[in-house]
Design a protein around this ligand. Structure first.
Ligand code: B1M
Length: 209
């Protein structure tokens, strides 16, 4: 099967067709990573570029996002079946002011795929909520996602809140999202920046080893 078809249908927001095509690709034995990257993520990246250039607008992006999430939901159990296992607990969320959740959901799936227990706080998460959850649930990891340059600074507030709560030496703070960089990670004193969901899961597993 041509994975471009998944990408094209995703761009058109055809969620049901995307789901059916992802299932077909799985049934044909196409590697999960290829379905994710060459099908779903490639479609989302075209939409991202068109959104930037004002060729598509919020409604089109939302239906594409729904198609992405529906397709990715089929991959979740397969990702979970792969690779080395780790044990540990993480809380994850998109930071306050930010509603983008596709990347965060992928990171969650990949962490679960490594065997980690993940508490998903959703989007628009206040720094205090990350800290409270980490304390109450004994999380080793706090994972923050941000897609907006205006919200990435909330990650610095999460680091400061962890220090203030006296748990900074007990949790690793991992950050990521399109505008985030290694330099920013060092600047705010977080523990790890990773550029994609797969490397986030590898790093999380290493922290919990
Ligand atoms: Co928004 N949006 N959006 N948007 N949106 C961006 C981010 C933008 C770059 C588009 C653009 O103009 N070029 C731009 C931000 C510009 C900036 O800040 N410099 C933007 C804007 C401006 C906005 C609004 C302000 C638009 C408006 O209303 N005028 C608004 C803000 C709403 C808010 O959050 N308060 C808005 C709204 C939306 C939608 C609701 C329509 C929708 C979100 C739907 C949803 O998430 N449920 C949306 C989308 C979909 C996008 C784009 C097109 C795609 C994002 C995405 O899902 N990518 C995006 C353009 C782009 O990124 N090219 C854009 C696919 C996803 C898999 O990638 O999330 O980057 P990503 O995750 C990656 C890595 O970053 C990494 O792993 C993933 C891949 O493996 N990763 C981590 C992510 N989190 C990680 C955490 C880690 C480690 C790795 O460790 C913990």
């Amino acid at each position: 099967m041509d994975l471009d078809l998944i990408s094209t249908k995703l761009q058109a927001g055809r969620a049901k067709e995307v789901k059916a095509l992802v299932q077909q690709a799985i049934d044909e034995g196409i590697p999960v990573q290829d379905i994710l990257e060459k099908g779903l993520l490639s479609g989302m990246s075209v939409i991202g570029e068109k959104f930037k250039n004002n060729e598509v607008f919020v409604p089109e992006v939302l239906v594409a996002a729904r198609a992405m999430n529906m397709g990715a939901s089929l991959l979740k159990p397969l990702l979970a079946a792969q690779g080395v296992k780790a044990s540990g607990k993480a809380c994850i969320g998109t930071v306050k002011g930010d509603l983008h959740d596709i990347g965060k959901n992928l990171v969650r799936m990949m962490l679960e795929g490594k065997g980690l227990e993940v508490i998903d706080l959703g989007t628009d998460v206040d720094p205090e909520d990350f800290i409270r959850t980490a304390q109450e649930e004994n999380c080793q990891l706090i994972c923050c996602s941000a897609l907006l340059t205006t919200t990435m600074n909330v990650m610095a507030d999460v680091v400061k809140a962890a220090e203030k709560a006296g748990i900074r030496d007990k949790v690793k703070i991992m950050i990521g999202g399109a505008p985030v960089t290694e330099a920013f990670c060092q600047q705010i004193g977080a523990d790890a920046y990773t550029p994609d969901a797969a490397s986030a899961a590898d790093r999380a597993a290493a922290f919990c080893a």
